[in-house]
Design a protein around this ligand. Structure first.
Ligand code: PXP
Length: 239
């Protein structure tokens, strides 16, 4: 059994935006990642458009062969775009303008009603909804109550754990979270901070069906090329 791999190509767009030019084009990255075995292309259309642009989303919707997963904040203007473009999945994430990357999971327990309302609108357009949450019971249960069919468990605390004890604690949290979520009938996905060195124990959590990985794959691709970087990760996802 193999976990599905979503490749997040935002960082290719970050490099392009460093010069506000045309290269490197994330569309090529999506194509190569798919040829190398990616099961999904993941992008985050941020309100500040710091990397992925509306044009990228539009064209990727037409060209991605596998699945297109759009990460987004719960912002009316972005919701409107998503309902119009119809990615296969939207992953709702907390978004703050000044953050370097997504910090922490969505506080579903505190924002259940607006999240449930947004989920209804996506479902009416046959778009699946994933909620990016910390692996805690209150958010898992709230995600299920709100009507999401997928939860992406935030692996950042595990990836950043500074001692063996902290790694063990965070893995326990993820294992229990995955079990609870699957028991609630949710599809369980994981992501954030995963790399070639820390992916092993995540693959061993039986309920996790998919991972979304960006930074480590694109970083490795600088040296090995993207095709090799994606294949190397795919080879680590065999359970
Ligand atoms: N999953 C979600 C929901 C994210 O927001 C991100 C970062 O954009 C990722 C996965 C990928 O994280 P990383 O770039 O650390 O692999």
């Amino acid at each position: 059994m193999e976990l599905r791999l979503g490749v997040n190509i935002d960082h290719v767009a970050t490099l392009r935006e460093a010069r506000k030019g045309r290269e490197p084009d994330p569309l090529y990255a999506a194509h190569i990642a798919e040829l190398a075995g990616a099961d999904q292309i993941t992008i985050h259309l941020r309100e500040d458009r710091r990397h992925i642009q509306d044009r990228d989303l539009r064209i990727l919707r037409e060209t991605v062969f596998t699945k297109l997963n759009l990460e987004m904040g719960l912002v009316p203007s972005i919701i409107k775009i998503a309902l119009d473009v119809k990615p296969d999945t939207v992953t709702l994430v907390p978004e703050r303008r000044r953050e370097i990357t997504t910090e922490g999971g969505l506080n579903v327990a505190a924002r259940k009603r607006p999240i449930a309302n947004a989920i209804k609108r996506f479902h009416a357009r046959r778009i699946k909804v994933s909620l990016f949450i910390d692996p805690d019971p209150e958010h898992i249960e709230a995600s299920s109550d709100a009507g999401a069919e997928i939860v992406e468990l935030h692996t950042g605390a595990y990836a950043n754990a500074g001692s063996d004890r902290a790694v063990k604690r965070e893995l326990d949290r993820l294992r229990k979270g995955a079990e609870l979520a699957a028991g609630r009938g949710l599809v369980v996905v994981a992501g954030h901070g995963l790399n070639y060195h820390n992916i092993g124990p995540i693959v061993e959590i039986p309920q996790i069906e998919e991972v979304n990985i960006g930074h480590s794959i694109i970083s490795r691709a600088v040296f090995t090329g993207l095709e090799t970087a994606v294949r190397d990760m795919k080879n680590l996802l065999v359970r």
